[in-house]
Design a protein around this ligand. Structure first.
Ligand code: KIV
Ligand code: NA
Length: 278
């Protein structure tokens, strides 16, 4: 039976952290499912790792929907998330709802949007319509041109506080989950401590409720991966099931809290983030 948000919350209550991986096809979805990955995300990272583009910007709703349908056929168990790609929700709640419906009808159980407080009305409409929402704060890859590159976010105190306030606004709007990407560890930790969303880190903090990596990164396929990446193919089984073995070790290390280690998080460029009552 396919996992649910309730099942994910039960697992957390039992003291196990959640593992998430990006996935784009049925064959990897089956391997990930059998290895016990809790959540599979059709990320707009597919623009870069599958389509070979320089950014996630050209990815369309139809692209995401196609890959969601592929995943759903390969994986009978994992919780399935899909990214609403760049330009598919920024016009407002109605546009977001229309495109989220397409992804849910393709088989997603939750949609993810990049951004903060400005998305509150959008998150509210999606949630009211029965669509679970995952937010995404910190480094927003679809803002790469505005940010001047893929850079760690929240190094300055005001920026760090903004990230906490954005996370709180998403929670207040009804989001159930939040990806926190590429922030100094104390900032990631502050978001976890000051919200009750299910927090999923990628270059954030071991304090998160779970972790996510991009498939091509964790299998050592990506050239010059980010600091937060661990290559689980290094030292993988030579018995002929190297990929499954790598994924099983990822799942176990995330569940136990062994990953991310200090070498996979960003240093305390920001001072401790004060408690924000947003
Ligand atoms: O698109 C993606 O793969 C993502 C993850 C990195 C969280 O958004
Ligand atoms: Na994404």
């Amino acid at each position: 039976m396919r996992s649910t948000l309730t099942a994910l919350r039960k697992k957390l209550a039992a003291g196990r952290k959640l593992s998430m991986l990006t996935c784009y096809d049925a064959s990897f979805a089956r391997v990930f499912d059998e290895a016990g990955v809790d959540c599979l995300l059709v990320g707009d990272s597919l623009g870069m790792v599958v389509q070979g583009r320089d950014s996630t910007l050209p990815v369309t709703v139809a692209d995401i929907a196609y890959h969601v349908a592929c995943l759903q056929r390969g994986s009978p168990r994992a919780f399935l998330l899909a990214d609403l790609p760049f330009g598919s929700y920024q016009e407002g709640p109605t546009q977001a709802l229309r495109n989220a419906v397409t992804l849910m009808q393709a088989g997603a159980q939750m949609v993810k949007v990049e951004g903060g407080a400005e998305l509150a009305p959008t998150v509210e409409l999606l949630v009211r319509s029965g669509i679970p929402v995952c937010g995404h704060v910190g480094l927003l890859p679809s803002h790469v041109h505005a940010l001047g590159g893929f850079r760690v976010q929240g190094k300055a105190q005001a920026e760090a506080e903004r990230i906490v306030v954005d996370a709180q606004a998403l929670e207040a709007a009804g989001a159930a989950m939040l990806v926190i990407e590429a922030v100094p560890e104390p900032v990631g930790r502050a978001v976890c401590e000051q919200t009750s969303l299910i927090t999923i880190g990628i270059g954030a903090s071991p304090a998160c409720d779970g972790q996510v990596l991009v498939l091509h990164d964790m299998l050592g396929v990506t050239a010059s991966p980010a600091k937060f990446v661990k290559n689980y193919m290094a030292g993988a089984s030579t018995r002929g099931d190297a990929v499954a073995d790598a994924v099983r070790r990822y799942v176990e290390e995330v569940a136990s809290g062994a990953f991310p280690g200090p070498e996979h998080v960003y240093g305390a460029a920001a001072e401790a983030v004060p408690r924000i009552y947003g």
